[in-house]
Design a protein around this ligand. Structure first.
Ligand code: AMP
Length: 439
């Protein structure tokens, strides 16, 4: 029988790497808490129309990357429902905002999430079919200040802080404004006209986009198309006065906060809901898939899925890519945020008669916050030493004599020193760094 494997584009995350994931998530939660964000957890699947209407039918995500199925009807009178594994989380958060009438609180909602997303993409390094995102959204009625450019600047400043706490340096913040929905519509027409004479010389995707959704031509990565794209009109020339003023206020606040950015007029992002500020943080260490995170403003998203006016801004960080970036950094950098420490002790009962007291000793040490492992009395001492040496910095030997006297034999693998330690002093000794000599 063929052995079963994780499906293409998905993978298992195993210890010790999962400890690094947990550490990153803990740092993110701590930064979000300081900026007064609360956690939201939405379902991993939603009604397909949420993404079709929210993300946009013409986007790559909706047109070719979603995992969609018809859910069997429960009763004959019911039609089957089309469901989709979420390809991103913003649409789900805004759906929840509308469903739970969070706008009626009159306050800004600051929500973050950490979870898996699903896209049927061609798998490669840094690109998976199940991947993880850490994201956040600031959304609310305009009266709560949700349209303020200060919110954009605060979100970007928070991201710079998060990357700093994760010890990730060398990133570039690419920044642009795609204007209001009306600005975008105008720009699309300007682009459509500009593309008409040149599109036949471009790739097949661009030829299609030139007709269906000209804005998407700017995402094209085909090298031969780049000189043509460089000559196309820029979106900055189509922004109305309000959008220009909004963007100028965002950049001024970033300058004041000391967050560096690079203006990129081609950054339109792959989702249709973006308005005004759009951004991406890229990192050279990532190779072809160089986007660490992306986001922007989505002032019309709530209305496009049937909700009240609720401007917002958010981002999603690729957690898989954060891990890749950190793993590529210097080990000393990695050590400052995450150290895979060995167990403080391996407890080796010398005979089956000592199994019960070995377990009691382990339980007692664990109660004192020590990470310990316990062996089995059927193991020979040599085998216990071999196991202990691989996973712990010390071995605690528990034979008949030790059990009776309450004085344990402890061997420190780092210093090579073997000593006798009274049971009541054991926890204190094990809490000392192993490199310190035990007296
Ligand atoms: P997006 O929702 O497309 O704006 O993506 C936001 C971030 O999620 C990107 O910058 C990536 O870091 C990450 N990401 C998107 N798609 C994938 C994928 N297929 N595999 C791994 N990470 C991804």
């Amino acid at each position: 029988m063929a052995t079963l494997k994780a499906v293409r584009g998905t993978r298992d995350l195993l210890p010790p790497e999962t400890a690094l994931w947990n550490r990153i998530e803990a740092i993110a939660r701590s930064v979000f808490a300081r900026y007064n964000f609360g956690e939201i957890r939405t379902p991993v699947f939603e009604d397909t129309s949420l993404f079709a209407r929210g993300v946009g039918e013409e986007t790559d995500i909706v047109s070719k990357e979603m995992y969609t199925w018809e859910d069997r009807a429960r009763a004959q009178s019911e039609k089957p429902q089309s469901l989709t594994l979420r390809p991103e989380n913003t649409a789900g958060v805004v759906r929840a905002y509308i469903e739970h009438k969070l706008g009626e609180t009159g306050q800004l909602q600051k929500l973050y999430y950490i979870g898996p997303q699903f896209r049927r993409e061609r798998p490669q390094k840094g690109r998976y079919r199940q991947f993880w995102q850490i994201g956040a959204e600031v959304i609310g009625p305009p009266s709560a200040g949700s349209e303020s450019p200060l919110r954009d600047a605060e979100v970007l400043e928070m991201l710079a802080k998060l990357l700093k706490e994760l010890r990730i340096s060398g990133w570039t913040l690419e920044l642009n404004s795609v204007g209001s929905a009306a600005d975008r519509a105008r720009y699309n027409e300007v682009l459509r006209a500009a593309l008409e004479p040149v599109a036949p010389k471009m790739c097949a995707d661009c030829q299609r986009r030139a007709v269906t959704n000209p804005l998407r031509v700017l995402d094209c990565k085909v090298p031969e198309d780049q000189p043509i794209i460089e000559t196309l009109p820029k979106i900055a020339d189509c922004l109305d006065e309000d959008s220009k003023k909004h963007f100028a206020a965002v950049t001024a606040a970033l300058d004041a906060a000391g967050v560096p950015y690079h203006l990129n007029p081609r950054l339109v992002r792959g989702l249709d809901y973006y308005t005004r500020t759009t951004f991406e943080f890229t990192h050279g260490g990532l190779g072809a898939q160089n986007a660490l995170l992306g986001g922007g403003r989505y002032d019309g998203l709530s209305e496009s899925i049937g909700g009240p006016k609720a401007p917002g801004i958010g981002f999603a960080i690729g957690l898989d890519r954060l891990v890749l970036t950190l793993q590529a950094q210097d080990q000393t950098v990695l050590d400052t945020i995450y150290v895979d420490t060995p167990c403080a002790a391996y407890i080796a009962p010398l005979g089956e008669a000592q199994n019960a007291s070995a377990l009691a000793l382990a339980s007692d040490l664990r109660k004192r916050e020590l990470r310990v492992e316990v062996g089995d009395g059927t193991f020979r001492l040599k085998k216990s030493f071999e196991i202990a040496n691989k996973l712990a910095s010390r071995i605690v030997i528990l034979g008949e004599d030790e059990e009776k006297s309450g004085i344990l034999t402890v061997k420190n693998f780092v210093t090579g020193v073997q000593s006798k330690v009274p049971r009541e002093e054991l926890a204190a000794v094990l809490k000392k760094p192993a490199a310190e000599l035990e007296g």
